[in-house]
Design a protein around this ligand. Sequence first.
Ligand SMILES: C[S@@+](CC[C@H](N)C(=O)[O-])C[C@H]1O[C@@H](n2cnc3c(N)ncnc32)[C@H](O)[C@@H]1O
Length: 221
Amino acid sequence: MNKRLKPLFWGGRYYHLIKLRQCNEYVIDKYMKGNNFLLLDFGCGECPYKPIIVPHVKEYIGADITLNEHAQLLINPETGHIDVGDNHFDTLLSTQVLEHVISPTNYLREAHRVLKKDGLLVLSTHGYWMYHPDPTDFWRWTRDGLEKIIRDEGFEIVETLGIFNRFTSGLQLMQDALIHKLPNGPKQVWNSIFAVLQLIFDNGRLNNRDASVYMVVAKKK
Ligand SMILES: C[S@@+](CC[C@H](N)C(=O)[O-])C[C@H]1O[C@@H](n2cnc3c(N)ncnc32)[C@H](O)[C@@H]1O
């Protein structure tokens, strides 16, 4: 089952993943629908958002540092390069990858190279979040810092979304701080309590300034 698209209520990431899905749906609706574009999922993992994106693109290509059933293209783990010419893709999707790469600058530079002019970068990464290596975990961002490094690599920011306000982000960190000390049964109860608290205290917005996850839509200049 695709746990990112359909998270379990007691799974520990329920409300966060629901909001991340909403963000993806908002971006698909606003920027991808009807465009019939060639899309690269750059650091695709298991391509969790592919089922909701595929109806709107001509072709969906996954790339990762190890080839798996979802990745057709290999990212060279040393250089970060993929074997594709310049100006190739219309859209580049990057969900929860940037915090894991050694050099965000190199990663964004390669994203810029393979995108066509005016091509769209749709990138999400973490603000306030616990350490979670995959296989490494290097970076966290503020909204301003994230927009700056993306702009510095030749993109124009179109829109930035922010999931979870400061309060809901704090609840997520508090939940994660204790969860590893609990056995399974109480763990699910604890997660469910925090999911309810997040539902109550989240302000429902998708554009918070202090956020757990930022999603930036940017255009290659
Ligand atoms: C948390 S997973 C996210 C996967 C997927 N995008 C998602 O939303 O579920 C992080 C991904 O980044 C990939 N990754 C790690 N280092 C990378 C690098 N230098 N360049 C590209 N992808 C990288 C990992 O292999 C992994 O698939």
